[in-house]
Design a protein around this ligand. Sequence first.
Ligand code: JAH
Length: 267
Amino acid sequence: MRVDIVTIFPEMVRGFVREGIVARAHERGVVDLAVHDLRDFTTDRHRVVDDAPFGGGPGMVLKPEPFFRAVAHIRATRGEPSKVIVPGPQGRRFTHETAVAWSRAEHLVLLCGRYEGIDERVVEALATDEVSIGDYVLSGGELAAMVVADAVVRQVPGVVGDARSVSEDSFARPWLDYPHYTRPADWEGRRVPEVLLSGHHGQVARWRLRTALERTLDRRPDLLDGPGFPGESLPQETQAEVERVLRQIRAERLARGPERQEREQES
Ligand code: JAH
């Protein structure tokens, strides 16, 4: 897979490319990621990338020409991209499903905005997708582009050493992950749950499913009544087991009464 990122802060993005998952993917020859400085595609002496908005108002807008020249350069030297992605608060939500779908693409280009945004003609004429990673305003598209690149690249086969780490991630299933512990079994009086030390694989699996579903009910109940639940890709016995454990937790909570539950959640 090839990935190209166009930005006015190439050094910010190169730090991310040198460390972590993308660096490993590069060493393994699975992903080839290149960073392009938007200023290299200006034609004026001062390398100006922005200008005042037509119609007035605060701030500056990134000019169209450097983006068009940058994408032409990428097409000529790196080939025709499968997707040209613009991260921004106006985009459709980027999710795990998007990451999985894009991990099958041959070539992604990410165009990073700054200031008030990018001239809309760049989005209209060059972008295949505009995506938002969440409802907050960043200072630019770079952090979002790195989030997208990280989430997509780790779905490419051979990038993450143990394939189970990818298939067992939260959001690979429609509920949250269970809590994790490692040695020591006692840290200043805080003990690891005994069942994890017991060696009973069946009991460990039941405890993990139960705690995962309890946290999901507490923190992300939307995941349990969303359209993705219980998930078509799950084995039938898992689906039935999940429904059974959920009914059990809900019944226990009803029996205990709501006041007591609130106190328990605080601890
Ligand atoms: C802010 C250009 N969805 C997160 C996100 C992504 C990009 C931006 N903001 C939020 C952004 C300023 C200029 C892009």
